[in-house]
Design a protein around this ligand. Structure first.
Ligand SMILES: Nc1ncnc2c1ncn2[C@@H]1O[C@H](COP(=O)(O)OP(=O)(O)OP(=O)(O)O)[C@@H](O)[C@H]1O
Ligand SMILES: [Mg+2]
Length: 230
């Protein structure tokens, strides 16, 4: 459903992605791993239309995305959950979901149902200000919000970054649930034990390039081996 074909991407004239190619088939959960500064976020931002490649191209459901804005891609079901865990802090959890429901023209009851399907406890916080949520709860809200409407492709940037071990388990369970529902997703993640439990395939990035694709199950489960590529 997604093909990234030899893209170069930069900030101004400074290129940070070099000839990056990857593919995602419908229903796959693919992980991208790599050190800080490898270019993982830049890659997700480019797929989601926030940044444009200088060379190469991307097709989404067979359509060339060149010239399609992030808003247009979102309307076609692409959902980017950014690394910064930014929610609308002054709004309630309900109103955060309401904005997503409005944007995707979905009924509010359906939006709440989708968001709480991954984490029933979210219903307890509906009338709380999102600014009062913990980092983990914010991430869960953001993933829940991404499920509103008709998401076809989730792009999630470091969902467990900065979270306590117990919350990482919640996120892991949520991702596992999405996987069992055959949600198509590209997830950037540095927690290798989570990656090797959930990945259908793994791409390793280093210095703006994809240096390795791992599709072999036993190789994917070998955390120490994965570590060697980082
Ligand atoms: N707004 C920007 N302007 C200029 N350079 C940037 C900008 N954002 C990122 N970079 C540079 O691009 C490179 C890739 O950054 P990117 O954020 O994509 O890496 P990352 O793999 O997501 O890292 P992290 O694990 O820290 O999130 C880095 O060298 C970074 O310094
Ligand atoms: Mg990043």
């Amino acid at each position: 459903m997604l093909n990234v074909n030899g893209i170069d991407v930069g900030y101004g004239h400074a290129m940070v992605l070099h000839d990056v190619s990857l593919e995602l088939k419908k229903g796959e959960m693919v992980f991208i791993v790599g050190r800080n500064g490898a270019g993982k976020t830049t890659l997700l931002k480019t797929i989601s239309g926030i940044m444009q490649p200088a060379n190469g191209g991307i097709t989404y459901d067979g359509e060339d995305t060149r010239g399609l804005s992030a808003e247009k891609l979102a309307r076609r079901g692409m959902r980017f959950v950014a690394q910064d865990k930014k929610v609308f802090t002054h709004l309630t959890v309900r109103d955060n979901l309401q904005l997503a429901a409005h944007a995707s023209k979905e009924k509010m009851s359906d939006a709440i149902q989708k968001a709480t399907s991954i984490y029933p406890d979210l219903s307890k916080f509906m009338e709380s200000k999102a600014g009062g949520l913990s980092g983990g709860q914010r991430e869960i809200l953001l993933i829940g919000r991404a499920l509103v409407g008709s998401p076809r492709l989730l792009l999630i940037d470091e969902p467990t970054e900065g979270l306590a071990a117990i919350v990482i388990e919640d996120i892991s369970r949520i991702l596992n649930q999405l996987k069992s529902e055959n949600v198509s997703a590209i997830i950037v993640e540095q927690n290798l034990s989570l990656v090797n439990r959930l990945a259908d395939r793994i791409y390793v990035m280093k210095e703006g390039k994809i240096i390795k694709e791992i599709a072999d199950k036993s190789e994917m489960r070998d955390t120490a081996g994965l570590e060697n590529y980082l």
